[in-house]
Design a protein. Structure first.
Length: 319
């Protein structure tokens, strides 16, 4: 088996030794091959390293250190409700872009903040720039990394934490977030996470949670479909008791649109595409920080940095 990723004229590959050797010979016979880096290298600004135990670490420390605050004079900062000028808007957009990129790889909380902050572009004020500067200083103190430990088993399950926020009255479109893990034994490998504004209007918390669950399941199902070697079960974890109950009962929600999302999850459950929908306390909901503007989930950062779920999550999965 051989897995190959390409970026312009760069290749990242892994697999069985014979397969990798054959791939190297194939490239050498047709192209001029440059430097080969095996243990430590950088791709898209992300530093990738492997230690003697086979633990792979992703770090964006350099990119994070290169992110600088936009300098604002105290007299300008005091005018918090003043519209931002063109220079401030350009700097704001540049920083948001960097945050979205770093957040999509090593710091999901930053991804959530950046996606919320991007909504301010149309009506950007000086206080928005001040808030952005404060968050840059905050995120620089976190030093997030993502570790992939070598599992001792080959069979596992796909675990998806999904959440939504519907608390702001002036917003009818909820903010949804989810994070997907492959769980092999007791080792959790993060596969993908997302934090974005829903395209559909939600009139209740249940509607928002069902939107998040439907999106999360679609992502997990796609990840499983593109990897034919891993036909694992999919488990959704939510902190909404109503959502968890509705997917396994015959009761129907009042809202018709919500009913469509619930029926889709029920159908996946009946087709054995979805194994479980479990409820978990908001205290242990790892996707919580993916829906809040400035919330940071220390438990999520710890899972990404260690590769292990807390005991409370393992207890929920046993239900």
């Amino acid at each position: 088996m051989l897995v190959v990723l390409t970026q312009v004229d760069n290749y990242i590959y892994t697999g069985e030794k014979d397969a990798m050797k054959g791939f190297e010979n194939y490239l050498s016979s047709r192209f001029q091959v440059g430097e080969k880096l095996r243990q430590n290298y950088t791709v898209y600004g992300t530093e990738i390293s492997t230690d003697e135990h086979g633990v792979i670490t992703l770090s964006q420390e350099k990119q994070l250190s290169n992110m600088v605050q936009y300098p604002i004079q105290p007299s300008r900062a005091a005018l918090s409700e003043e519209p931002a000028n063109d220079v401030e808007k350009t700097a704001y957009l540049s920083i948001i872009g960097s945050m979205l990129f770093i957040g999509s790889i090593t710091n999901p909380s930053m991804l959530s903040f950046a996606s919320h902050a991007a909504r301010n572009i149309k009506n950007l004020r000086v206080h928005h720039v001040n808030e952005l500067n404060k968050m840059i200083a905050y995120y620089k103190r976190q030093h997030p990394v993502v570790k992939f430990r070598r599992p001792s088993v080959t069979n596992g399950a796909t675990i998806v934490f999904c959440d939504a926020s519907h608390g702001r009255k002036e917003e009818t479109h909820p903010h949804i977030g989810y994070i997907t893990f492959n769980l092999l034994g007791n080792i959790a490998h993060p596969i993908s996470y997302a934090s974005h504004k829903a395209k559909r209007v939600a009139r209740s918390t249940l509607a928002a949670e069902s939107l998040a669950a439907a999106d999360a399941f679609d992502c997990a199902y796609f990840m499983r479909a593109v990897n034919p070697c891993h036909k694992w079960t999919i488990t959704l974890i939510t902190d909404s008791t109503s959502l968890a109950a509705l997917t396994t009962t015959t009761h129907d929600p009042r809202e018709k649109r919500v009913k469509l999302d619930i029926c889709a999850l029920r159908e996946a459950f009946e087709n054995k595409e979805l194994a479980k929908v479990l409820w978990i306390s908001s205290r242990w909901q790892l996707a919580d920080s993916l829906t809040k503007c400035s919330s940071v989930n220390d438990d999520l950062l710890k899972v990404l940095q260690t590769g292990y779920f807390p005991a409370e999550i393992h207890a929920t999965l046993k239900n």
